[in-house]
Design a protein around this ligand. Structure first.
Ligand code: DON
Length: 309
């Protein structure tokens, strides 16, 4: 187990920040456009329960697509693999995260995987509960247990901002509804999905959730099983094959850590058996992944030999 030290992490953050000028903050969700592209923070949560961090780790980051992995874990627990994979596939796409193209090309027209927006919408549709409130509360309760933080909630402002502008996601929903993948009211699903994406937390919370996946679903402090081993395994596998969208192949070669990104600039990473990593760096590359965050992870992976391959 490498000894992560703060001075080294601070130095790596400063190095990676140099790349911020080549990135761009997401602004298709207007509230995300307010982020500072020069911000970069990281927390590493090791299996012995210690945290080393650098940058301003008090800043909260909305999960955006990172929430897809958590919603997937919840519906796998709720409904089991067979039911979930009847509605969503297991294959990477090579397309951007919000692409509609494959829905038309592939028959039956179920989304190819739960990490692209179409697949995530199908997964969110499967969150059990009698109302949007009950469903988001169930997801929040699950996320709070994983993070060991009862304070976690969603940002009303970011949820509302996405709800008002998510026309492409609405198109995906209508397509899915036409083809029988979902059968609920589209506005209701968008309400739930935008709240799910707006769940916010610090890098330390992200790192702790990453560690739960790294420990095959176990709470790092109590040892309690927070999700079945198979659910943790499926989620980590999707992180490797689709977690960084159409950059997943390059990420696997250069970094080799199961990880999930979000357009807010967050990254959650799980180094099996060793640590969870949470990063916030809102300067994005052209595929919607944190440019500075990926540079930072690459440095960490090379320095501490973290690749699983
Ligand atoms: O649905 C969306 O477009 C956003 N709420 C989430 C997309 C996202 O985070 C893609 N990730 N890199």
């Amino acid at each position: 187990m490498p000894v992560y030290n703060k001075e080294e992490l601070v130095r790596f953050v400063e190095e990676a920040k140099q790349y911020a000028r080549y990135g761009k903050v997401a602004d298709y969700i207007p509230a995300l456009g307010k982020a500072n592209p020069n911000e970069l923070s990281i927390a590493v949560y090791t299996a012995d329960g210690k945290v080393v961090d650098a940058g301003d780790v008090t800043v909260k980051v909305t999960l955006q697509s990172i929430s897809k992995i958590l919603a997937l874990a919840l519906v796998l627990i709720d409904r089991g693999e067979d039911e979930v994979f009847r509605k969503v596939g297991m294959e990477p796409t090579g397309d951007p995260f919000n692409s509609i193209a494959k829905l038309e090309e592939v028959q039956p027209s179920k989304p190819l995987n739960p990490m692209i927006n179409a697949g995530a919408l199908a997964v969110t549709h499967m969150i059990r509960g009698r109302s949007v409130e009950e469903r988001i509360e169930r997801l929040l309760a699950f996320i709070r247990r994983l993070a060991g933080n009862e304070q976690i909630t969603y940002s009303e402002e970011v949820a509302q901002s996405e709800f008002e502008t998510a026309f492409l996601n609405r198109s995906l929903c209508y397509f899915l509804k036409q083809h029988g993948i979902i059968d609920e009211d589209v506005e209701e699903l968008m309400d739930l999905y935008t709240k799910q994406c707006a769940v916010e937390m610090t890098c330390i919370d992200l790192a702790r959730i990453g560690l739960v996946f790294a420990l095959d679903g176990r709470d790092p402090h109590s040892g309690e099983l927070l999700m079945p081993l198979d659910v943790a395994r499926i989620c980590k596998t999707f992180m490797v094959t689709c977690g960084m969208y159409n950059a997943s192949g390059e990420f696997a070669i250069k970094i080799g850590i199961p990880a999930k990104s979000g357009v807010s600039g967050g990254i959650l990473a799980a180094v099996p058996g060793r640590c969870g990593i949470g990063i916030f760096g809102p300067a994005l590359d052209d595929k919607g992944n944190s440019l500075t965050g990926v540079k930072l992870l690459e440095r960490l992976s090379k320095t501490y030999s973290l690749s699983i391959f």
